[in-house]
Design a protein around this ligand. Sequence first.
Ligand code: IMP
Length: 196
Amino acid sequence: MKILIASHNNHKIKEIKAIFMGTNVKLVSLDEFDDHDDVEETEHTFIKNAVIKAKYYAKKYRMPAISDDSGLCVDALNGRPGVHSKRYSNGNDNQNNLKLLKELEGISNRKAHFVSVVVIYFPDCTYKAYEGIAHGEIGHHLKTYENAFGYDPLFYPDGYDQNYAEIGAQIKNQISHRARALQKLKEDLDEVINHE
Ligand code: IMP
């Protein structure tokens, strides 16, 4: 089964590919189509934005497409940055992290969770959505890591002393919000994956 990954985010693409490794699903990235379309995420929920992205590419290339819409929800900030995680500071990932630390200055409740909604959209206009959540805490200091993804350097998943940037891809891809959502999708596709 061939599925298109409806994302230009290399971190997400790498994680999605790793999670499907060893299955019969052949994941195709937009790079392989030399596609640089920018799909605007106009909605205010993860699921609606995930549908926008997967639907756009499933229709364009007439093949199943999967998207991930995700974000970090911080308890003390009433769930912000949430769906606006990518553009929280209107700057880059580092500026987002600095803004988060600033907003949490002096606040002892550091509880937060990542949400991922993965949508698979089929060319016949049907789709299914899967949610994954990972709970944890926001750190107090920002360290620098080479090529870190988004809020990874600040997010300490429950049960670990290391943040998402430190635990390594292998563990992150077992416990992350995205891994949990994709695991559900994989289970649903299991019949197709194993009996093609
Ligand atoms: P999206 O492309 O609109 O789904 O934006 C997702 C944003 O949420 C990213 O740009 C990151 O800021 C944040 N995010 C989502 N998943 C992760 C993750 O696994 N690690 C770090 N940040 C993430």
